[in-house]
Design a protein around this ligand. Sequence first.
Ligand code: FAD
Length: 309
Amino acid sequence: MTTLVIAEHDNAQLKGATLNAVAAAAKIGGDVHVLVAGANARAVADQAAAAAGVAKVLLADAAQLADGLAENVAAQVLAVASNYSHILFPATASGKNVAPRVAAKLDVAQISDIIGVESADTFQRPIYAGNAIATVQSADAVKVITVRTTGFDAVAAQGGSAAVEEIAAVADSGLSTFVSREVAKSDRPELAGARVVVSGGRGLGSAENFKILDPLADKLGAALGASRAAVDAGYAPNDWQVGQTGKIVAPQLYVAVGISGAIQHLAGMKDSKVIVAINKDPEAPIFGVADYGLVGDLFQVVPELTGAL
Ligand code: FAD
């Protein structure tokens, strides 16, 4: 029994989500290998080899793998799939793009978004926006799995000394081509992996008012997030959305400001270690999950809190 984890990276840095997927793989048992498919990605392979619990790193290095095109990456995974009992992807946008292609080609049922491993064939995954946890058992010969990264504490980035094996890269599928990439630039931590998140909701009232959260986030070294209502109203950019149809986060500290706590929002943040809610309505459902609740007008409370910090 050997598990293959598909690394997420930008050809220079291994993304943290990979280390969460390695942690899930370790719980399955057996050896853990990591596949790095990229271009000039040797540094990424070396980082993966240093991760705790990794026994071997496969490096497929070629220009056609530079941009993570799902068709090419899926073909690369399929080229080595027969050696593995389990193939794990972080449940990120790119992992969710590649995994179903691999599962379909292998004619197996994908197991999506696992948050727990009971045994080598039995896994836990949230359903109904996190209101219930399903325990699913798979009889497929190869388990193709996406891992909800917040469900598993990342393995240490250092401490391992796996060998890196270069493997032949698959040919370009020719099915898609990379055109361009627009990356949002921010000095703040990446939302999905941030230790602290400050999120704003419709209670902020406008994009201008949303800026009241900046000094608080600065003080806390936090990423900024938002409810869907705030995003839909144009107060915050789309990629800040936290929730069922946004990002799933589980930081050490989540500060929800002017957010009511709709179930679809809770689905994205209720596993945060400490939740602080600021809302003028004492009946707001967010207080049901909050460790610390402050009933008050955010326009008064947030500057006071920032000042006190
Ligand atoms: P509201 O519910 O309008 O709450 C605003 C809060 O601000 C209120 O509690 C109010 O008391 C408080 N407030 C107002 N003024 C002040 C003030 N001055 N001081 C302090 N507090 C104040 N939502 C998400 O967030 N993420 C998702 O991924 C998501 N996915 C969805 C998927 C589906 C299929 C559906 C149907 C809905 C989804 N939603 C999602 C929407 C969700 O149902 C809610 O509509 C949304 O979360 C509400 O956002 P909100 O809490 O900012 O707004």
